[in-house]
Design a protein around this ligand. Structure first.
Ligand SMILES: Nc1ncnc2c1ncn2[C@@H]1O[C@H](COP(=O)(O)OP(=O)(O)OP(=O)(O)O)[C@@H](O)[C@H]1O
Ligand SMILES: [Mg+2]
Length: 205
C-alpha cells in the first residue's frame, strides 16, 4: 500500500485538484485506489460526487485526528491511498504526516508560496527525526505558467528546506480548473502521467 499525502497549509494552492487527478489516473490504470478527504470542507468528496462515473473509487471523509490509525486498517486493501489535506495545520495534518510514506507539497512557483510552507516543513522534519526519515517529502510545482522558468529565488527558497522539487510540473491549464471530474485530455493527461512516473522513479515508497 503506497500512502501519499498532498499537504500544504496554504489555501487554494491546488491540493484537491492534484490529488483528484493523480488518484483518478491510477484508477484508470486499473489500480485500486482509496482517497481520504482530511479537509472538513469536503472538496474531494464534492469532486467525486460531481463526477462522470469514471472515477469509480471510494472517497471517504476522514477529517479526524485518528486518521493515521484509521487508515492503517481502512487503506490496507488498496494499492494506493491518497490523503487530501486541509488549508490549516492542525492535529489531522500531523496525523496525515504520520500516515504517509510520501508527502507531496503542491506549490505555485513563487517565494511567498514557499515560505507559507514553513510550519508544514517543520512538522514533517520533526516526524522524520523520530522515524528514521519517514515520510519522504517533495515539492510539486503546480499552476506553473508556460514559458517561465522556476526563478532562482524560488529554487533558493526551496533549497533551504532540504526537500527536492519533484520532476514533473503541473501547468496552469483551464482543463484542470474546469473539470476535476473529467479526465484531462492531451497535455494535461500527459503531465499527470509523467508526474506519477517521476514520483515512482524518485521514491521507491
Ligand atoms: N493546474 C491547475 N491549473 C489551473 N487551475 C488550477 C490548477 N490547480 C488548481 N487550480 C484551480 O485553483 C483553485 C484551487 O484549487 P484547489 O481547490 O485544488 O486547491 P486546494 O489547495 O485544494 O484548496 P483548499 O486549500 O481550499 O483545500 C481551483 O479553482 C482549481 O480549479
Ligand atoms: Mg482542497
Amino acid at each position: 500500500m503506497a500512502r501519499r499525502a498532498i499537504l500544504n497549509p496554504k489555501g487554494g494552492c491546488g491540493k484537491t485538484t492534484l490529488v483528484a487527478h493523480l488518484a483518478r489516473a491510477l484508477h484508470l490504470k486499473r489500480q485500486t485506489v482509496l482517497l481520504a478527504d482530511a479537509d472538513a470542507q469536503g472538496s474531494a468528496r464534492d469532486w467525486h460526487n460531481a463526477g462522470d462515473g469514471k472515477a469509480d473509487f471510494p472517497v471517504i471523509d476522514l477529517d479526524r485526528p485518528t486518521l493515521d490509525r484509521d487508515l492503517a486498517s481502512l487503506g490496507a486493501p488498496y494499492q494506493w491511498v491518497f490523503i487530501d489535506g486541509a488549508a490549516k495545520l492542525e492535529k489531522m495534518i500531523a496525523a496525515a504526516v504520520k500516515a504517509a510514506d510520501l508527502v507531496l507539497i503542491p506549490i505555485e512557483p513563487s517565494p511567498l508560496d514557499i515560505w507559507a510552507c514553513d510550519p508544514l516543513v517543520e512538522m514533517i522534519q520533526a516526524r522524520q527525526t523520530v522515524t528514521d526519515g519517514a515520510p519522504a517529502a517533495a515539492f510539486v510545482v503546480t499552476r506553473a505558467k508556460k514559458g517561465t522558468l522556476l526563478a532562482r529565488e524560488v529554487a533558493d527558497a526551496i533549497k533551504t528546506y532540504g526537500f527536492p522539487i519533484q520532476r514533473g510540473s503541473i501547468y496552469d491549464r483551464t482543463i484542470f480548473a474546469r473539470s476535476t471530474a473529467d479526465e484531462p485530455a492531451g497535455p494535461g493527461a500527459w503531465e499527470i502521467h509523467h508526474l506519477l512516473k517521476h514520483i515512482q522513479d524518485a521514491f521507491d515508497v
